[in-house]
Design a protein around this ligand. Structure first.
Ligand code: ADP
Ligand code: ZN
Ligand code: ZN
Length: 805
């Protein structure tokens, strides 16, 4: 192979294609598909991905430049992931290089120094043995010799060496020195026999390793203590290549704790069995079915995941489990590590760049066969995937909000087709899109209607906060919630108080009747703008003044709405001074590990009330929690998003699910100024189906998903007029070229009008089937890209948006 096709790391539309490069003779046979290289590009040198190697180039040979450097020694992307990147590029309208980069851990995106590392306990052969001469790592730059490099490549492929990145570690990381066996047992014995009798300490060390059958590394400190030896005698043995000294991190990360108690499969309930069997069958028949596992909170979905995974692993295959970042708590991780131990890698945002890369390497080296992680774990480079599971499939964090704007669910389904394996989407409150697909038979519906052991669903009361006001209660706690909190304290039980706060809560509501001012055209709440006291619709641009009185009941108590957790805590301390409160919000959890710490002290009963935002809605499973209070259900209901009702129902259901999960029955109190809204009312009966029916009517009437697809185009520019004008032009262009079935909304100012001094405008396309849409949008982008003057302009396209801001 003489030539490589390379996707260069340059994000310009007309350069977004592979370029041919010549492979230098010394690297013939070494450069492979899926490796990264450095290539000359114009006056610069840039990174690139090799997506193909070939014998010939159709270009004039002289014009083809040479690859300057090999970054990887083994492919970092598999054949499948390379194919997937094409699909990703097309689907999200992103650059090829952006799509490729998205599949790799961050450590590999930046320019970190590389080193070649000896993998523990793998003795090296010559000439590498003398090259390393007892050292465990050498800088990558030390290997210029072609033959040596080739040898190293072989050893990397064989799993004896690895390429590692020197990612600067967080300063608070604790390291310790350890010693590991390098030679075989026989070699040790031989050395012991040959060593001079005076070298007592050396003998002691060797005996220690022989007698204790130590295959893992031993902390240096322990070794010295146990053998009475010191570094001089150790050094002699290191030089003989029998032992090896390493630096190891002393893990503080709770997820890395190796002491997970092993758990055994539970015997499944009848409902669980049915679901499990359906999944099993798909596994056996190698069908890429998508299952929607719809089960009420506490119905034992996780146990189904665990047993299905077990089957996958037994068949010698691999699995990926996605859980929302926020519920990637030690509690959740424990369930997977408890069942599968060291076969599990965990990828979550709490890990440092280096730690994430370490986990990725375990996957790449096939040391683990199960990954539990947040969104990007869906790109885990497994080659023999047997299953992908997306827990809480309705969570919006599965959608990436920057390029490439992919949804992990779609990626999973795409990968499943390649691997011929099933995908499981689990939720107590699936998205309307997924449930509608399940109803149509596109997905296979598996239902768990009961909690395990038929525990009762919690009893839900909905409190009309308008009544509280009428009765002279101006506090943020209703009388019923106060009474229940007091009772809870007396019984020594625990409560979770939930304040639904999105940074964004400036809708206008009447405190007397609960009326919220909405757009007459879009059925979403209007957003209050302090400047000029205006109310605006961020879908269509409708605008109106702030009314002095409520249009519904003429009350003057009409104003915008929003409270912070800190204020609630102060209030709580005033009215219930005896209660111990733990507050969890972005302020109290910003430090690494703080989240876990707060939760575990609550679990140990060090507080009576856990007060928090969204982040406490999921995954919590505490025996002593009998009361859940939602301070205001309305904040979610009135965000300017057509999914507001769906999100409210999901959140209320999730939050309610935290109560009474064990022996003690649970109670939920939901406070609302709009208590009759179906998304709140139906929480009472835990009736997802009824909610689905109701909400579908609204979606149909307003032409929203799942009846229509959406695409969101956002234009930003430093000058407000320019942003508006371009958006207008784009809307016109689309209107002219799109089919009669599709609708264009806008242009309108984005809900967040200005970010970093750039003004933002948007328009929304609603469509059913629009075969030309992708090419229309590409043309539009090309048009603006070509225009040099438009450099200041940023246009982003979000196919299937989840954030409408
Ligand atoms: P979900 O994920 O549907 O909310 P979980 O998987 O968390 O539900 O299950 C709720 C509780 O029931 C957990 O404590 C789990 O260990 C337990 N559980 C699940 N399946 C069984 C079973 N078959 N037998 C007994 N306990 C079970
Ligand atoms: Zn009113
Ligand atoms: Zn509108």
């Amino acid at each position: 192979m003489n030539f490589a096709e390379v996707i260069v790391d340059v994000t310009t539309k007309n350069l977004d294609r592979p370029f041919d490069y010549r492979i230098p003779d010394k690297w013939k046979g070494m450069v492979k598909k899926g490796m990264r290289v450095i290539v000359p590009f114009g006056p610069r040198k840039v990174q690139g991905f090799v997506i193909n190697v070939k014998d010939d180039s159709h270009l004039p040979k002289k014009s083809v430049k040479y690859i300057a450097e090999m970054i990887d020694l083994t492919p970092v992307l598999t054949e499948e992931l390379l194919q997937l990147s094409d699909w990703l590029t097309e689907k999200t309208l992103s650059y090829k290089t952006t799509a490729l980069q998205a599949m790799l851990p961050a450590a590999m995106k930046a320019k970190y120094a590389k080193e070649i590392k000896v993998i523990k306990n793998k003795p090296l052969t010559e000439p590498l043995k003398s090259l390393f001469s007892g050292k465990t790592s050498l800088s990558y730059t030390e290997f210029n010799d072609h033959d040596v490099l080739k040898l190293i490549q072989q050893q990397v492929q064989a799993g004896n060496l690895e390429v590692a990145y020197k990612v600067s570690q967080k300063t608070n990381k604790k390291m310790r020195k350890t010693v590991a066996l390098l030679g075989s047992k026989a070699e040790l014995q031989k050395a012991l026999d040959e060593i001079s009798p005076q070298a007592v300490k050396q003998k002691a060390i060797l005996k220690f390793f022989i007698e204790k059958e130590i295959s893992q590394s031993v902390p240096l400190k322990d070794l010295f203590e146990k053998t009475g030896s010191s570094s001089t005698s150790l050094k002699a043995l290191l030089q003989k290549g029998l032992l090896q000294e390493n630096e190891e991190e002393v893990y503080r990360d709770p997820f890395q704790d190796k002491s997970f108690k092993k758990t055994e499969p539970l015997s499944l309930t009848e409902e669980q069995t049915q679901a499990y069997q359906a999944i099993s069958e798909a596994l056996e028949k190698k069908r890429h079915d998508v299952f929607l596992l719809h089960g009420v909170t506490g119905s034992g979905k996780t146990e189904i995941y665990l047993q299905s995974i077990e089957k996958v692993l037994k068949a010698g295959k691999e699995a990926i489990v996605l859980v929302p970042e926020i519920s990637l708590t030690p509690q959740m991780v424990k369930r997977f590590k408890g069942r599968f131990g060291s076969q599990v890698a965990v990828l979550h945002s709490g890990l440092s760049t280096g730690e994430k890369y370490d986990e990725w390497r375990k996957i790449h080296r096939k040391e683990v066969r199960l990954v539990v992680g947040a969104r990007s774990a869906i790109f885990a480079p497994f080659e023999n995937l047997g299953m992908m599971i997306i827990d809480e499939e309705h969570e919006t964090s599965y959608k990436q909000e920057e390029m490439p704007r992919y949804h992990a669910k779609e990626v999973a389904i795409q990968r499943a087709q390649y691997h011929k394996c099933p995908v499981i989407l689990g939720s107590a409150t699936p998205t309307l899109e997924s449930f509608a697909r399940a109803k149509k038979g596109v997905y296979k519906l598996l239902s768990l209607k009961y909690r395990v052991n038929y525990q009762a669903m919690p009893d839900v009361s909905i409190i009309d906060m308008r009544n509280e006001l009428r009765n002279g209660n101006r506090s943020m706690f209703s009388r019923e919630l106060m009474a229940d909190l007091e009772q809870m304290l007396e019984k020594g039980e625990q409560a979770v108080l939930f304040l639904n706060k999105r940074g964004y809560s400036s809708f206008v509501m009447c405190r007397d009747c609960g009326y919220v001012i909405q757009c007459p055209h879009c059925e979403i709440s209007l957003t209050y703008h302090r400047a000029g006291q205006r109310l605006k619709c961020h879908y269509c641009g409708f605008e109106t003044g702030m009314p002095a009185t409520c249009p519904e009941c003429t009350s003057e108590h009409i104003r915008y709405f929003g409270t912070g957790t800190q204020r609630v805590e102060e209030e709580l301390n005033k009215v219930l001074p005896q209660a111990r409160v733990i507050r969890m919000d972005v302020d109290t959890t910003s430090r690494k590990g703080a989240h876990e710490k707060l939760l575990s002290s609550f679990g140990q009963g060090k507080a009576d009330i856990l007060l928090g935002t969204q982040m406490i809605a999921k995954g919590l499973d505490f025996e002593n929690v009998t009361l859940v209070g939602v301070l205001s259900a309305d904040t979610m209901l009135h965000i300017p998003d057509f999914r507001a009702a769906e999100k409210t129902f999901q959140l209320m259901t999730q939050v309610s699910g935290r109560a009474g999960r064990h022996q003690k029955p649970g109670r939920v109190i939901i406070q609302s100024y709009t208590p009759s809204h179906y998304s709140i009312q139906l929480t009472k009966t835990h009736d997802y189906e009824a909610f689905f029916q109701q909400e579908m009517l609204h979606r149909k009437y307003q032409a929203y998903p799942p009846y229509y697809y959406l695409a969101l185009i956002t234009v930003s520019h430093e000058e407000v007029t320019k942003a508006a004008l371009v958006t207008e032009k784009i809307a016109q262009y689309l209107k002219k070229n799109i089919s009669g079935d599709a609708k264009i909304l806008g242009p309108a100012a984005s809900p967040i009008v200005k970010i970093k001094d750039r003004y933002r405008y948007q328009c929304v396309i609603k469509y059913k089937q629009e075969n030309e849409l992708t090419s229309l949008l590409k043309n539009m982008m090309d048009h603006y890209n070509r225009d040099i003057e438009e450099k200041q302009l940023i246009i982003s396209i979000d196919m299937n948006p989840y954030m409408m801001m």
